[in-house]
Design a protein around this ligand. Sequence first.
Ligand code: 5GP
Length: 139
Amino acid sequence: MAYDTSNIFARILRGEIPCHKVYEDADAVVFMDVMPQTAGHTLVVPKAPSRNLLDADPAVLAKIIPLVQKVAVAAKAAFNADGISIAQFNESAGGQTVFHLHFHVMPRYEGQPLQIHARQMEDAAVLAANAEKLKAALA
Ligand code: 5GP
């Protein structure tokens, strides 16, 4: 299937829709997931258009993984997490709901299961505070 430029992350990348942004460089944007599965759930999104990992340029993947690692390390510290889960879904059957490549960085806490994927909208004030915490940890 072809990349659809009207997907929600493409619109965020174009600045048409707001997000709780943590970091941006020439190749990627990092922002908070609005329906977090754990406290501090963050998305690392390459700017280059691809539906997911399956059609991504390997050069884009080579650049994004070090950023995923950097965000994971910072998120573990910022949110006092016991661990971090990284997730990345491909096509509807693979669990994907937004068709622009992204990596989930989810802080994990001992004994706490993940919330259901893309189900419950978080309070904007909580997302804003978490974005600030993560920004500070990345600085
Ligand atoms: P996927 O299922 O494609 O791997 O994950 C998409 C993620 O995007 C979900 O975790 C969902 O909560 C999140 N999401 C959906 N719409 C928006 C939005 O408008 N803004 C942000 N920041 N996250 C979104």
